[in-house]
Design a protein around this ligand. Structure first.
Ligand SMILES: Nc1ncnc2c1ncn2[C@@H]1O[C@H](COP(=O)(O)OP(=O)(O)OP(=O)(O)O)[C@@H](O)[C@H]1O
Ligand SMILES: O=C(O)c1ccc[n+]([C@@H]2O[C@H](COP(=O)([O-])O)[C@@H](O)[C@H]2O)c1
Length: 205
């Protein structure tokens, strides 16, 4: 059913697993851009990660649910998990616009993802439909976006807004490696997510 909101955030990601880097970026965006809600949307089949093993979308979606439960502004959606084929953001933003007609949409990414946006499907159309918030991330300097995204219409590049967040050098890759090597992951991600990973034996092999 369609809902009325003025400013809506979407945090897209593979979330394999979700960690505090994602949550801090989303909460920073919620506050800075007065977003009434941030919907976390785990990618069902990320188009750019075809060459690597990704956990079952069901696990990634449950971990996302567990991670956002304590924040009344956060929600999740399984639209990408349920949609067959590759999870293109353009399709997701179109769907979200139908569910929230009239809402201004802010797609939240980290600096690494936004620097790859040139390769995204229908990027110019996407930037006409929503704003992009590019959260700072250690190791991915965001300087001179206009030059680095020279393939995109400069008017559209203005739709990408850098946002400073507390630097957390956490990645899902590092968490998976830690689990595999028996090193701790505590304090890198919410406790219920940690418990889920350990109970289900994720990332062991
Ligand atoms: N520590 C972080 N700080 C800021 N943004 C982040 C951080 N970690 C991830 N993001 C952003 O969150 C979004 C989803 O990221 P993703 O689920 O791929 O996590 P990841 O840690 O980058 O995963 P992986 O290591 O498996 O590639 C991306 O836009 C990414 O740039
Ligand atoms: O639509 C695309 O072409 C596209 C290409 C690469 C990434 N994305 C989206 O960008 C978000 C962050 O991706 P990732 O790999 O950093 O988790 C996630 O929602 C992906 O679906 C989208």
């Amino acid at each position: 059913m369609a809902q009325t909101l003025k400013r809506l955030g979407i945090m897209g990601g593979t979330f394999d697993p979700i960690h505090y880097g994602h949550l801090v970026a989303a909460e920073g965006a919620r506050h800075a851009f007065q977003l009434e809600k941030v919907i976390f949307i785990p990618a069902g089949r990320p188009p750019h990660k075809t060459g690597r093993k990704i956990s079952d979308p069901h696990h990634r979606w449950i971990m996302t649910e567990l991670a956002v439960a304590s924040n009344p502004y956060f929600d999740t959606s399984s639209i990408e998990v349920e949609r067959p084929g590759y999870s293109y953001t353009i399709d997701t933003v179109r769907e979200v616009r139908n569910l929230y007609p009239g809402a201004e949409i802010f797609f939240i990414t980290g600096a690494d993802a936004v620097l790859e946006i040139l390769n995204w499907k229908n990027v110019n159309e996407l930037l006409e439909m929503c704003w992009f918030i590019a959260a700072t991330r250690p190791g991915y300097p965001l300087g001179n976006l206009k030059r680095r995204l020279a393939g995109i219409d400069p008017e559209h590049v203005k739709r990408i807004i850098p946002m400073e967040v507390p630097a957390l050098a956490i990645s899902s890759t590092e968490i998976r490696a830690r689990v595999q090597e028996g090193r701790p992951i505590k304090y890198l991600l919410p406790e219920p997510v940690e418990a889920y990973i350990l109970n289900r034996g994720l990332y062991k092999s």
